[in-house]
Write a protein that binds this ligand. Sequence first.
Ligand SMILES: [Zn+2]
Length: 105
Amino acid sequence: MENWSQLYKAANALEAHSVKGMLESEGIEVRLSGEGLGAAAGELPADVVEVTLWVAPAQLAVAKSFIEHYQTADRPEWHCQQCGEMNEGQFEICWQCGWENDSAD
Ligand SMILES: [Zn+2]
């Protein structure tokens, strides 16, 4: 990660990809590290592996502002645990299968 600045540590790969997609939609290039460590170890499921997001130093400040917005947003997007569909944060029930997202608080 030479010449890249550490931006954010996501709790898991799903969050990392959610944040990465959010930043990329704002034109910010993001690299991930840490992903796949669990698979390599063969012990931990991928969703508990911490993933670090990196950005170019020139984009660090603006990227951080987006992260702050992400963290203070009412609700992030979420994946349905039943069918895997990505749902917008304002929805409490999966539009695909009707599963209720009771993990959001
Ligand atoms: Zn669903």
